[in-house]
Write a protein that binds this ligand. Structure first.
Ligand SMILES: Cc1ncc(COP(=O)(O)O)c(C=O)c1O
Length: 446
């Protein structure tokens, strides 16, 4: 072609959570191995039933003609009013002026076709040279979108596994101070993949840094209602004071209804800075080109989330994942060279390998027992150029059929892997956790 048509960020679009699927599918079809999908965060696919009363509300909405219509570009007004009212009801955390939550209206709520769509626009419509500093490890949709928008590697701050995956705030502040291309900071709370939940003091520290250096904040709150094990946190809106910011929320994991492709952005302090205001306008304008997001799930929001059964629904699910987090953590106890920090929120657990124990100069020689010699040969032929943790993931697939995601696929230099807490069948789930623990031990001993 006479012109190069490839976007400078094209090579940065990596989503290991689904990329591993094609390799697992190849193994499944060629060697007839049933796969346990522990890579994707879809509670429904893993057997969780949808509450009957929620299905009844959706059924009723399906029977209304207006559910088949376009909605307003920003989203159905009834849904946006409900979301804004709910945000405005979040408690003030103390009497300090800084904590006064910004009041938002329906105009500050913008719907997308899932947060995946929101993330593409939030980063895609940022000025190219304006960077957003994000966590490492990171949920790859966010880190890839930021990297693709800039054309460079994603800029990250460290989540510290020695401190329950808390953000290294010193690292955050130094990076912000010495890199004036950083215009915003991203945090994920509760976090995917680590399961960390940030105490209010940590959130306040992000706000302080944003305020001192004139930044905006993006807080992914997909898992805001899946917090357990006694963890305490807050919504961004409760601590942000007057700093410009966005919270990203979704139906996917808490109803759960990931197939609805319905998420929204709550905008705080839009008028605090005219450039922030113009940026938000560009998000709305870009959505306008698509007309609107899918109507039906938006129309279900107020009746489902406003239902008197919803708080109990959230509490029961959080408790269920809390129990599963304990099970996962027990399965990895006492394994030398392997560490699982018990998640306090979200739907995943992350295991890290001690780098020395994993590599020890002979990472290529490690393996797991595989019945079929041809399959073992196939794996050996595939792993040479892979990151050490991805080699483990390939061997694990061939040996056990369990599909997890290497931590190197989450913008992380720490070797490890992420699996889900989602398997609904108790016996099967415990078996999976046990097998993962045993395979990790066997791999390091191999
Ligand atoms: C942290 C985080 N943000 C956003 C998303 C995307 O959610 P949605 O289904 O709304 O696109 C996910 C999905 O797993 C997630 O874990």
């Amino acid at each position: 072609m006479r012109r190069n048509i490839v976007h400078p960020g094209a090579g940065k679009l990596k989503y290991e959570i689904r990329e591993i699927v094609s390799f697992a599918t190849e193994i499944a079809t060629r060697w007839n191995i049933p796969i346990q999908w522990e890579n994707i965060g879809d509670p429904v696919k893993k057997g969780e039933p949808i509450a009957q009363w929620i299905k009844d509300i959706v059924r009723e909405k399906v029977s209304e003609d207006l559910s088949y219509a376009y909605s307003e570009t920003e989203g159905a007004l009834a849904a946006r009013e409900f979301i804004a009212a709910r945000a405005n009801k979040r408690e003030k955390l103390n009497a300090g002026q800084e904590d006064t939550p910004p009041r938002i209206s329906a105009a500050d709520v913008l719907f997308f076709n899932g947060l995946g769509d929101a993330v593409a626009k939030v980063f895609g419509f940022l000025r190219r040279e304006a960077r957003v500093l994000g966590p490492s490890p990171a949920y790859s949709t966010l880190s890839s979108a930021e990297a693709a928008h800039s054309g460079y590697e994603h800029l990250t701050y460290r989540l510290d596994p020695e401190r329950n995956w808390m953000p290294d705030m010193n690292d955050v502040e130094l990076k912000v101070k010495y890199n004036d291309s950083i215009a915003g900071i991203l945090l994920i709370n509760p976090d995917n993949p680590t399961g960390a939940v940030y105490p209010v003091e940590v959130l306040r520290e992000f706000v302080r840094i944003a305020k001192v250096y004139g930044l905006f904040l993006i807080c992914d709150e997909t898992y805001a209602n899946i917090v357990y094990g006694g963890a305490k946190t807050a919504a961004l809106s409760q601590v942000i004071g007057g700093v410009p910011g966005l919270a990203l929320r979704s139906l996917s994991k808490e109803i759960p209804w990931p197939g609805a492709r319905c998420g929204w952005v709550e905008v705080y302090n839009r008028k605090a800075d005219h450039r922030f205001d113009a940026y938000i306008r560009s998000l709305v304008d870009s959505k306008r080109l698509e007309v609107c997001s899918t109507t039906l799930p938006q129309l279900c929001i107020a009746p489902v989330m406003g239902d008197s059964r919803y708080p109990a629904h959230l509490a029961e699910r959080a408790e269920m994942f809390g129990r599963r987090a304990c099970e996962a953590s027990s399965a990895f106890e006492g394994i030398p060279g392997v560490k699982l920090i018990k998640p306090r929120g979200a739907l995943y657990a992350t295991v890290i390998f001690d780098r020395e124990a994993l590599n020890g100069g002979r990472s290529l020689e490690r393996s797991l027992p595989v019945k079929d010699a041809a399959l073992a040969e196939f794996i050996r032929g595939k792993i040479t150029d892979l990151a050490p943790d991805k080699r483990f993931v390939y061997w694990l697939l061939a040996s056990t059929g369990i599909c997890v995601v290497p931590l190197s696929g989450f913008a992380s230099e720490l070797p490890g892997f992420r699996f889900t807490l989602l398997e609904y069948d108790d016996q099967k789930r415990r078996e999976i956790f046990k097998t993962l623990g045993e395979a990790s031990r066997a791999y390091l001993e191999s």
